[in-house]
Design a protein around this ligand. Structure first.
Ligand SMILES: [Zn+2]
Length: 294
C-alpha cells in the first residue's frame, strides 16, 4: 500500500494551483480507532482528506477545523488538520450504517444530511481564529467544501474526495483541490472542465496503481505543472496525552477527586478525537488531592 502523502503544485503560467493527497492508511487508522461503520468510514474519510487538503493552504503552523453539522443520522462530524501533515477527527454516531445509494456508493449525503451547516475555523497560530459557516450543499463532503471555498475565496474550485472500502477494509482514500487563480482565462476553464469529465474516480485510479504525481497530471492534463513542495507525509495524529488528562483533573476540587478515588477507584477519560482511554489510579488521585488547595 502506498504511503499517505500530500503534494502542492502550480501551473507554469500561474493560472492554476492544486493540492492532492492520498490518505488510505490514516482513514484505516481512524476506522479502527473509532470502530466506524462502512458509511461512517466513507464520510469521515472524505472529511479527513478534505481537512488535510485545506490545511496545506496555510504556511507552516496553524490548524483548520471542519465541523459538519447536518440533519442525518451520523450526527456531528468534527475534523482538524495542520499544515505539518497531521489530521484527526470523529463522528458522533460511528455505528450508523445506511444502504448504498442509487449509484451503488456509500450514502454519505444521507448519513451526514443535506440540511445543516459546515463550520470552518482557520487558526493561523497568531491573532484571532477566523470562523465561517456555509449551508451544506449535499452532505457529500467534497461539494460542501467546494461551497466553502467559493464563498470564502470567490474563486472557482474543483474538490474531489473519495474513500473506497471493501469487506477487507479501506482499500484507497484520497482527494484533491484544484483552484483557478485570477489570471485564468476561458481556455483554462474549458480544459479543466474537460479534464474533470474524463477523470473518473480518484480511488479507482489509486487502485489501478497510479501514484500521487500521476493522478495530479491526469487532472491537470494539458497544463505544464510543477510541484512546489516535496510529498509531505500525512498521518492520523492526536494531541491528547496522559499529561493533559492529569492537567484536566487538577481543575477539579478535592471532594470530586476523593469521590472518584474512593467510589470508582480510578478516574477515566476518553478522547473524542482519537478514542484513546486514559486511566488515573486511586493512589495518583489521592496524591493529586494533596496538591489541590481549596
Ligand atoms: Zn486524542
Amino acid at each position: 500500500m502506498i504511503e499517505d502523502g500530500i503534494l502542492k503544485a502550480i501551473s507554469s503560467d500561474g493560472t492554476i494551483r492544486a493540492v492532492i493527497a492520498t490518505t488510505t492508511n490514516l482513514v484505516a487508522d481512524a476506522r479502527k480507532r473509532h470502530g466506524l461503520s462502512f458509511t461512517a468510514t466513507a464520510a469521515l474519510g472524505r472529511a479527513l482528506t478534505g481537512a488535510s487538503l485545506l490545511a496545506s493552504f496555510m504556511t507552516k503552523q496553524g490548524q483548520v477545523t471542519l465541523k459538519f453539522q447536518g440533519n442525518g443520522p451520523l450526527g456531528a462530524m468534527m475534523v482538524d488538520a495542520s499544515p505539518k501533515g497531521t489530521v484527526r477527527g470523529y463522528v458522533e454516531n460511528p455505528e450508523v450504517e445506511l444502504p448504498l445509494n442509487s449509484l451503488g456508493n456509500f450514502d454519505v449525503g444521507a448519513a451526514v444530511g443535506s440540511t445543516g451547516y459546515l463550520h470552518v475555523t482557520i487558526d493561523r497560530g497568531f491573532g484571532m481564529p477566523h470562523q465561517s459557516t456555509v449551508e451544506l450543499e449535499t452532505g457529500e463532503i467534497g461539494e460542501d467544501i467546494n461551497r466553502y471555498l467559493v464563498d470564502s475565496e470567490q474563486t472557482g474550485s474543483i474538490v474531489i474526495t473519495g474513500t473506497h472500502l471493501t469487506s477487507e477494509g479501506v482499500e484507497a482514500a484520497g482527494g484533491l483541490i484544484v483552484q483557478l487563480l485570477p489570471d485564468a482565462n476561458e481556455d483554462t476553464v474549458c480544459q479543466l472542465e474537460n479534464n474533470v469529465s474524463t477523470f473518473g474516480s480518484f480511488t479507482f485510479l489509486m487502485r489501478q496503481g497510479m501514484g500521487i504525481e500521476e493522478i495530479l497530471s491526469r487532472i491537470l492534463q494539458g497544463f505544464d505543472v510543477r510541484p512546489i513542495t516535496e510529498v509531505l507525509p500525512l498521518k492520523f495524529h492526536c494531541k491528547c496525552s496522559m499529561e493533559r488528562f492529569v492537567e484536566a483533573l487538577k481543575v477539579l476540587d478535592k471532594e470530586s477527586l476523593l469521590s472518584m478515588a474512593n467510589e470508582d477507584g480510578h478516574a477515566e477519560g476518553r478522547c473524542h478525537f482519537c478514542n484513546e482511554v486514559y486511566q488515573v489510579g486511586k493512589d495518583r488521585l489521592i496524591d493529586l488531592t494533596n496538591r489541590v488547595t481549596d
